[in-house]
Design a protein around this ligand. Structure first.
Ligand SMILES: [Zn+2]
Length: 171
């Protein structure tokens, strides 16, 4: 296993729609394990394959950041099958360093996908788990959370990111 480099906003891979995983090969399993290690090392609560430069529909979410095996979800080809309610909460992204903004997300979602053995799985998530699942699935469609903000907020963030572009990267 290895910690992979996390791409930062501005990288074209982050705005590309990802391809479904057709077959769970040894490479996909390795990628998933590396993503788990990478998100724990960051530390963060979720990571999508395009954030490490791979345009495939694969996400990991772990609200416990490595504390609990049960909290770790690895999902191949995840899809939101139902969403309920709304919650507004501060959100950040490992690909958008040092920016945290309030984003509206569904309060509850059901997500279907496959595990690394190819078995179908369905996860129900509320509150922060729903938020993390939606955030990571957005990445698979090339959407960063800052795109959910108002044009004014986005302009301010662009300005801040340009200013910090000269400073060393955290990733
Ligand atoms: Zn993110």
């Amino acid at each position: 296993m290895a910690v992979r480099e996390i791409l930062i906003i501005g990288d074209p891979v982050l705005t590309r729609k990802c391809e479904p995983v057709d077959e769970i090969t040894a490479d996909i399993v390795r990628l998933a394990r590396d993503m788990v290690e990478t998100v724990h090392a960051a530390p963060g609560v979720g990571l999508a394959a395009p954030q490490v430069g791979i345009s495939k529909r694969l996400i990991v979410v772990d609200l416990s950041v490595g504390e609990s095996q049960e909290a770790l979800h690895v999902l191949v080809n995840p899809e939101i099958v139902s969403a309920e309610g709304e919650a507004i909460c501060e959100e950040g992204c490992l690909s958008v360093p040092d920016i945290k903004e309030k984003v509206a997300r569904p309060y509850k979602v059901s997500v279907r996908g496959r595990d690394l053995e190819g078995r179908p799985i369905e996860i129900e998530g509320e509150d922060l788990l729903a938020r993390a699942l939606c955030h990571e699935i957005d990445h698979l469609d090339g959407i960063l959370f800052v795109e959910k903000l108002s044009p004014l907020k986005r302009a301010l963030i662009r300005k801040r990111l340009r200013k910090s572009a000269g400073s060393p990267k955290r990733a």
